[in-house]
Write a protein that binds this ligand. Structure first.
Ligand code: SF4
Length: 270
């Protein structure tokens, strides 16, 4: 298996990248997918929403978040009010793992360049992570039960972790948290305009809740809250493979950076 080619940044647009994803054979998931799911939304979006990976419905349709989780996500966005046309939605891995298992480390590594390039091309002001696994790519010491709904500073952008909508479907209390948290997204976007790479190390006044800490995730941190161990988009199981995958998923996004450039990027990426 080979990782997706990025050395020469071959995808100069979101559409070109999507076409590459649809024909990608970079990992074994290509052999079991119905459709790859590169992502959808506006190429000018200031908000990038990242889930873990496609589920059954997404695999069938080639679009992200089209099942019940997607319907709840639409409802959450409508409350702001926003729609899918205002954001871009994608996943850490672009093809559905069989039986909704967690993606394996080599699958995550193979798919990483696509998310790297999506980040570069979209250059979002706010990155919204859905669920614990996606959050850990940016905030490896984070705990979704504590950090959901916080407006965090990351790499000159705002990181805004939310519970996964599927967790909200199963647990009314989590759904209420989601409904409450998403109302802060416009404020997160407003604050994003005040954060830039040049002041990344500066103290930012009290409106930004926390800087996501720059330290590796611990075994304990990798435990899922019980209510989040399943989701109907990408159910998670606490397998040894998952723990290994999490560790690998926490590697920096851009591999060719200098130590200085890495900075908060070491917060953990895809
Ligand atoms: S999961 Fe990613 S790397 Fe693997 S085949 Fe799909 S697009 Fe390619």
């Amino acid at each position: 298996m080979t990782t997706a080619e990025t050395s020469s940044k071959p995808w100069n647009s979101i559409d070109a990248l999507a076409n590459a994803v649809r024909s990608c054979t970079g990992c074994g998931l290509h052999s079991t997918r119905t459709n790859a799911v590169p992502g959808s939304g506006s190429s000018k979006a200031e908000i990038l929403i990242i889930g873990e990976g496609p589920g059954f419905n997404e695999d069938q349709q080639g679009l992200p978040f089209v099942g019940r989780s997607g319907k709840l996500l639409d409802e959450l966005l409508a409350a702001i009010p926003m729609s899918r046309e205002d954001v871009f939605i994608t996943n850490v891995v672009k093809c559905r793992p069989p039986d909704n298992r967690d993606p394996l480390p080599d699958e995550v590594a193979a798919c990483r360049p696509y998310l790297e390039r999506q980040m570069e091309l979209l250059d979002p002001k706010v990155v919204v992570t859905l669920g614990r696994v996606s959050m850990l790519r940016f905030h490896p010491k984070g705990k979704i039960s504590e950090d959901h709904g916080k407006i965090l500073e990351w790499e000159g952008r705002i990181l805004f972790p939310l519970y996964h909508p599927a967790a909200g479907l199963r647990n009314p209390a989590i759904k209420r948290e989601l409904q409450k948290d998403v109302l802060k997204l416009p404020e997160a976007l407003r604050q994003a305009n005040r954060v830039s790479p040049k002041n990344i190390d500066d103290k930012i006044d009290g409106e930004i809740t926390t800087k996501a800490p720059n330290s590796p995730v611990t075994q304990e941190d990798q435990k899922l809250p019980e209510e989040e161990q399943e989701n109907n988009n990408r159910p998670s199981s606490q397998t040894a493979e998952a723990s290994t995958a999490d560790a690998q998923l926490s590697e920096p996004l851009l591999k060719n950076e200098t130590t200085k450039e890495k900075g908060d990027r070491q917060l953990g990426m895809f």
